[in-house]
Design a protein around this ligand. Structure first.
Ligand code: MN
Length: 564
């Protein structure tokens, strides 16, 4: 410990860190002329507001010390212990890039991913750091502004979203928006401000009406307020609605916070009794939370004066989770129990929810090409997600445009490789079907099946593409590539559950690879017709296949032809 620090008889880690950081940065200034320590303090304050622990607050105060001052990682460890030193190290940029050709920004991102997958506090502190940097972006040169704004939108805002910190994610996007899209921002301000104000005033006007309505049903609300939609998300939505502002119903949403989950549903009922709901706009994120943990009930109703208004109903706990995300769980655990939990806090949240962090860590290893890495990061982890459901009722999240193939590989590479067909909500679909949020997805597999080259055309995730390619490579070694012909079976059968499974099993028993499987059902006459294509087989196996399929209960007709 330096001599000057010994004269302070300070007990707490954050106090000690503050004194140390102030001295270390004493000659440095922020771009706006403020002493550098103001930045460290703001970051630490944010981290404290998110209710992280003392080590995190200390690390927040010290986060730029190793990078910007003469002090080293070793010295930080000696003074503040291993835990704080680990956090600070995760936040320190690599200054020497080992491989001269690599992009230093991306190498730093890799490092961040590795350290935050070991300890999520690293990324939470990093997000607090980024928030303050974005809040003070106006002082930086134009080029830096754009680079930081881009990185914030592409990486940090989606990261915050994935960690359930929706409020922060929106804030970061809003801060970046004017720098990235100055013209669009101006257009928005010109066109929306008045409407915003009008809708805000409307929200204020109906607040007492809503309060009275709920009171009359003996519902105690802890909060009713109106919340304006963020500029950045409004703009994204407008792009989808041909810039027609009158189609955006949640420009200002009413938010009702109650005490219990039961009350959430009661309030939803009361609102629907009073104002009729718009069809298709009721969303129960309590029964089925978004994969990032978001819970609430949403509904849109024809409200007072026939104004279409969105309501969001949630408990206080859900509200805090929405704001703090993963940090909220961290905070709860801290209150609930002692250090033991704190040290092990990754274990307290459902493993499945955090699986993507583990994936992220493993993936960054797999990508040697910088562009691929960033692309996969953007598409596979962060960008517009859809949420589909497995037959076991698990939620799987995938990028928009994902197909059953992507889903299958997300479950397991063996499921992907053995995939011959897919059922969405009970109906068979082609493998290039575009999955929609809420789809129930069931993969039909066949043992010994190999992926088809065709899949690469429509697979969306890098994971699926990578695994298809590697399976194809194996396949190429085993197969005679010259012969591109195939056999097409047409099977007419009585429509009964499980028939398709019996067919794939029959082919599987004979080790015949199905490359294409479709089925159409005539519900009126209760029969289906299945088309199955497979790779060429010997006459003997073809005959055995015909016999086997004819024996399957429900088979009416079977025919086949050779295609070239
Ligand atoms: Mn900083």
């Amino acid at each position: 410990m330096p001599k000057w620090l010994e004269i302070y008889n300070v007990a707490s880690l954050p106090q000690k860190a503050y004194i140390f950081a102030e001295e270390a940065h004493k000659d440095a200034k922020r771009a706006n002329g403020d002493p550098y320590i103001t930045h460290c303090l703001t970051v630490a304050e944010t981290v404290a507001n998110w209710r992280l622990d003392e080590s995190s607050i200390a690390a927040a105060l010290l986060h730029d010390v190793v990078e910007d001052t003469k002090y080293t990682h070793k010295e930080i460890e000696k003074m503040f212990g291993q835990e704080v030193a680990f956090l600070v190290d995760g936040l320190t940029k690599l200054d020497t890039i080992q491989y001269p050709k690599k992009d230093p920004n991306i190498e730093n991102l890799r490092k961040l991913i590795v350290s935050f997958s070991k300890d999520l506090r690293v990324i939470i502190i990093k997000l607090a750091d980024r928030l303050h940097n974005m809040q003070t972006l106006q002082y930086l040169p134009r080029e830096r502004q754009q680079a930081l704004a881009w990185e914030t939108t592409e990486i940090y805002a989606p990261l915050a979203y994935r960690l359930g910190m929706q409020k922060l994610s929106g804030e970061l996007e809003d801060l970046a928006f004017p720098y990235l899209y100055p013209e669009e921002y101006e257009w928005l301000i010109d066109n929306v401000t008045e409407l915003y104000e009008e809708r805000q005033a409307y929200g204020e006007k109906i607040k007492p009406t809503v309060a009275k309505l709920l009171e009359s049903h003996n519902i105690k609300t802890s909060q009713i307020d109106s919340r304006a939609k963020r500029y950045s998300s409004l703009y994204k939505k407008l792009l989808r609605y041909d810039m027609q502002l009158d189609k955006i119903y949640d420009l200002v949403a009413m938010r009702i916070i109650v005490n219990t989950v039961e009350e959430c549903y009661t309030v939803l009922g009361i609102i629907h009794q009073e104002w009729s709901p718009l069809p298709g706009r009721i969303k129960d994120y309590i029964a089925r939370p978004k994969p990032n943990g978001y819970r609430s009930l949403h509904t849109t109703v024809f409200c007072t004066d026939h104004k279409i208004t969105e309501f969001q109903i949630r408990t206080q706990e859900m509200h805090e989770e929405d704001e703090l995300g993963i940090a909220a769980h961290w905070a709860y655990q801290q209150i609930k129990s002692s250090k033991e939990h704190a040290r092990n806090w990754l274990g307290v949240r459902s493993r499945r929810e955090l699986l993507w962090i583990e994936q992220l860590r493993n993936w960054q290893k797999a990508f040697t090409n910088q562009k691929d890495f960033i692309e996969s990061l953007k598409i596979d982890f962060f960008k517009d997600r859809i949420f589909v459901i497995t037959p076991h009722n698990d939620v799987v999240d995938l990028p928009t445009g994902a197909t059953p193939i992507d889903f299958a590989y997300q479950i397991h590479s063996d499921v992907g490789n053995a995939c011959v067909g897919a059922k969405i909500n009970g109906k068979i679909v082609p493998l290039d079907y575009e999955l929609q949020s809420g789809d129930l997805v069931e993969i039909i597999t066949q043992r010994g099946r190999k992926p088809s080259k065709d899949w690469l055309r429509f697979a969306k995730t890098s994971l699926a593409k990578k695994q298809i390619r590697s399976a194809l490579q194996d396949k190429d070694h085993n197969l005679d590539k010259k012969d591109e012909s195939h056999i097409e079976f047409k099977i007419v059968n009585e429509d009964r559950p499980g028939y398709l499974k019996d067919i794939t099993a029959a082919f599987g028993d004979l080790k015949i690879n199905i490359t294409h499987l479709t089925s159409t059902t005539d519900h009126r006459h209760k029969f289906s017709s299945v088309t199955a294509k497979c790779e060429p087989i010997s006459k003997d196996r073809l005959e055995r296949a015909l016999v086997k399929i004819k024996k399957i209960p429900g088979t009416r007709e079977i025919s086949y032809k050779f295609n070239r």
